[in-house]
Design a protein around this ligand. Structure first.
Ligand code: GUN
Ligand code: ZN
Length: 454
């Protein structure tokens, strides 16, 4: 395939800004940059004059004046909840019963699942997300529909059959069994893992909803497939945690339930992880496991405040998730708006004063969380997360003047003026998000969303 390229202001993270000392050292900023790719992979990045001299055969798509950043990486959401997003007035356990399970039951039907999968990826790409790890439902059709659409688009996507078998925690018609979870997962792993950019995630929904027998099956799958990711939920809501400790009286804390079943290892991604003890964070860090920060959901469902400074302290990898439909958005830019506010609310509480700088989610830290940090939490940092040569050409073109207010706020302070200006504009996109800020989304170098052709 021939080479292709884009030209614009390029901004990406090359290191962890929390560890960089001066966070500006964690980014690469090219005010007038060119990115070149071939066969879906980046082959050059640098100042426009240099790159164009080395690649005189390319004719870049011109996004001069726009900000180009790596595609966003969403490590935790539920595609099957796309149609019940923004359901009013309930916390987690009631919200699941009243809104979620009735909707997810519909995914028994393949044509319904196909319809929602199509809608979901369309919306996701319009938000600038190019990698997604999603839960499905207890029905194999829900996974098939998701992977078929992901493969058709060529997008990097992780998903798995979602297990929940404990009586009383979901409608009987929705629950599966340990055996159907194991057999169904096995079959889907064989069919989809490694096909296109599809990755299979072993997906017991949460310890609240799984019996010991089902978690044993999840552990068996994990030991038979040591490199597969595992996704679940952990310590999201006080009522959920209380029940988990009653269901598993031999476990000293929530994390131990997953540890006992051999699930906590690299590529284990636990959604929420709000109410963890120091010891749970320490064990996650030691085992190379990851957590997902889902601020939109944590605020919308009234679950609580995740503390990323504690995760950082124990070296726990963490990524960002919109957790739609528990989160009221599919956009990671909007999710960062909530993430920023979660940090700021913790700055005012006196015992956290020492962590003030770490808790201020600057543009650079936010960009890292939504891209390279999330990629690291999935152990995919060698393939995605920034604009490094050799990685997938997954990126998003952002219009920093997409609304009247954004335009007024920007003034003459264009992203290409300076790194500070680019950061100020990216922060503005988080805080004043409107759908039009995403101008184009590219996955493997293919423009899968174009604002002008909507
Ligand atoms: N815990 C178990 N299932 C879910 C879900 O669908 N959403 C959220 N936010 N938490 C969960
Ligand atoms: Zn979730």
């Amino acid at each position: 395939m021939s080479k292709k390229a884009v030209r614009g202001t390029l901004l990406d993270c090359i290191a962890d800004p929390w560890l960089a000392g001066d966070e500006r050292k964690a980014v690469r900023y090219l005010p007038d940059g060119v990115l070149v790719w071939q066969d879906g992979l980046i082959i050059a990045i640098g100042p426009a004059d240099e790159v164009l001299r080395a690649h005189p055969d390319v004719n870049p798509e011109d996004y001069s004046g726009e900000l180009i950043v790596p595609g966003f990486v969403d490590v935790h959401l539920h595609y099957a909840q796309t149609r019940i997003i923004g359901s009013f007035g309930r916390q987690l356990l009631e919200w699941l019963q009243i809104f979620t399970f009735p909707e997810e039951l519909k995914f028994r039907d393949k044509s319904y699942a196909d319809e929602v999968a199509g809608l979901f990826f369309e919306v996701l790409l319009a938000c600038g997300t190019t990698t997604v790890q999603s839960f499905a439902t207890t029905h194999p059709n829900s996974v098939t529909a998701f992977f078929e659409e992901a493969e058709r688009l060529g997008i990097q996507a992780l998903c798995g059959l979602t297990g929940i078998d404990r009586e009383g925690t979901a409608p009987d018609a929705y629950r599966d069994t340990p055996e159907s979870f194991y057999e169904g997962s096995k079959e889907l792993i064989e069919r989809y893992h490694g096909r296109g950019r599809c990755i299979y995630s072993i997906s017991p929904r949460f310890a609240f909803g799984s019996t010991t027998e089902q978690l044993r099956m999840a552990g068996k799958l994990a030991s038979e497939h040591p490199d597969l990711p595992i996704q679940t939920h952990l310590s999201e809501n006080p009522a959920e945690i209380e029940s988990v400790l009653e269901f598993f009286p031999d476990c000293g804390d929530y994390l131990e339930v997953y540890e006992k079943h051999g699930l906590v290892r690299p590529r284990f991604v636990a959604g929420h992880s709000i109410y963890l003890s120091e010891d749970e964070f320490r064990r996650l860090g030691e085992k190379g496991a990851s957590v997902a920060f889902c601020p939109a959901s944590n605020l919308f469902l009234g679950s609580g405040f995740f503390q990323w400074d504690r995760a950082n302290h124990y070296g726990v990898r963490w990524g960002l998730g919109c957790d739609s439909g528990g989160g009221n958005t599919l956009s990671l830019l909007r999710t960062l708006d909530d993430g920023y506010k979660v940090g700021m609310l913790q700055v005012v509480t006196s015992d956290r004063e020492k962590c003030e700088e770490s808790l201020r989610l600057s543009a650079i830290k936010a960009l890292y969380a939504a891209t390279l940090g999330s990629a690291r939490s999935l152990y995919l940092e060698n393939q995605i997360g920034n604009l490094e040569v050799g990685k997938a050409a997954d990126f998003v073109v952002l219009d920093t003047g997409a609304s009247r207010v954004l335009d007024e706020r920007r003034g003459s302070d264009r992203p290409r003026t300076s790194l500070e200006a680019a950061c100020h504009q990216f922060f503005g996109l988080m805080m004043l998000y409107v759908p039009d800020v995403v101008k184009a989304t590219y996955s493997s170098g293919n423009r899968l969303f174009d604002r002008n052709n909507r």
